[in-house]
Design a protein around this ligand. Sequence first.
Ligand code: ATP
Ligand code: MG
Length: 295
Amino acid sequence: MMPETGSFLGFSSAQRQRLAEMSMHGAALEGTFATAAERDGAFEELHGRLAGENVERLRVLRDEVRRPLIRRLESRLVETLTALGFVEVTTPILMGKGALEKVGLGPRHPLWRQVYWVDQTRCLRPMLAPNLYYLLSHLQRLWPLPVRIFEVGPCFRKESKGASHLSEFTMLNLVELGPEGDAAERLEEIARLVVRPLGLEYQLQPKESEVYGATVDLEMDGLEVASGVAGPHPLDENWRIADPWAGWGLGLERLAMASERSPQIRRFGRSLMYLDGARLNLQAGKQAERKGEEG
Ligand code: ATP
Ligand code: MG
């Protein structure tokens, strides 16, 4: 138990939670106070400032930008990709069991437990890759190489709640089949071409993936924002694909987190609590304040 007086008194857990919901993070949550009254005063002041920032954020949304950050990021990425020759595709959100099996996703796979089934044979897609593979299997016969396609859209995974995981999130998946040079070099080049216009710093880290084996992660400040793979890959033969390829799967909510330097993905996902990163129930501070008084 925290003492109610003395130099160790911190924000109550209800106050801390409330400040975190209002986008406060890091050292500011760790204040220590001599008395409960001093602490509650500091909470009220902080909460008032954060509420003001949220109101301003909502004003900018209404009066200026009109679209949430995540959708604006998406538009910029789509512009960059189409300018690079990538063609946008839209494939079904309901995915057959067979499509998952073709990327090696069966009952023994770690991702299997995370799949939302809508009936015996169909699920909400946990990834876009099987659909893009399918389209490539046709397009490789219809278009000259390189074939470049991408899709942006919802994906679903049962996640045990964490600050950087959502059960429904937005994936941007791009793939270039038959790149002119080395596929691994092209993978890095595409990352540069796509991320540079956003003005965000990133690092590339080699990683082992459950589906693909050797992959590379694109990280921003230690947060995985995208995973990339250079083929050929043993899965390719399921779609009779034999050429090299380079592909990235990027999480748009993660990109929004990174661009806002926020540790909370919930602010940027599909939500009824937040609108474009701003908390909507701005009156709730009073409740947390009362809980602070309770202990
Ligand atoms: P993590 O290891 O962080 O759980 P992952 O490696 O399983 O992610 P991938 O399959 O590589 O995820 O998916 C590509 C991208 O999609 C990730 O880099 C991330 O940006 C995003 N992503 C994956 N799962 C989620 C999720 N549950 N919520 C939000 N974004 C996600
Ligand atoms: Mg990954």
